[in-house]
Write a protein of this length. Structure first.
Length: 114
């Protein structure tokens, strides 16, 4: 049974930081491209950042220089370090694993507000 479980979301003030984690099980994690996506109310789900099995990364322009994606193949986990958070970053953040097919987590809410 494949499981992707996100954690670390919450309420943070503008300019603050959060780290999201996605713990996985049931997949050969090391061969998967892992990604973080987000969906704000009324918007489509969008790519935030992704990291390939080889460690190559790709970021949305809106988060470049503020967010960092990383993976720990020994722990089957992918993290998203988010700095300098802005109210526009408010969304539900989803973890996705891709290798021929996609697996999604259930999402974690991030709210940036004063």
């Amino acid at each position: 049974q494949v499981q992707l479980v996100e954690s670390g979301g919450g309420l943070v003030q503008p300019g603050g930081s959060l780290t999201l984690s996605c713990a996985t099980s049931g997949i050969t994690f090391s061969i998967y491209t892992m990604g973080w996506y987000r969906q704000a109310p009324g918007n489509q789900r969008e790519l935030v950042a992704e990291i390939t099995s080889g460690g190559n990364t790709n970021y949305a322009n809106s988060v470049k220089g503020r967010f960092t994606i990383s993976r720990d193949n020994a722990k089957n986990r992918v993290d998203l370090q988010m700095n300098s958070l802005h109210p526009k970053d408010t969304a539900v953040y989803y973890c996705k694993g891709h290798f021929f097919r996609d697996y999604w987590g259930q999402g974690t809410q991030v709210t940036v507000s004063s």
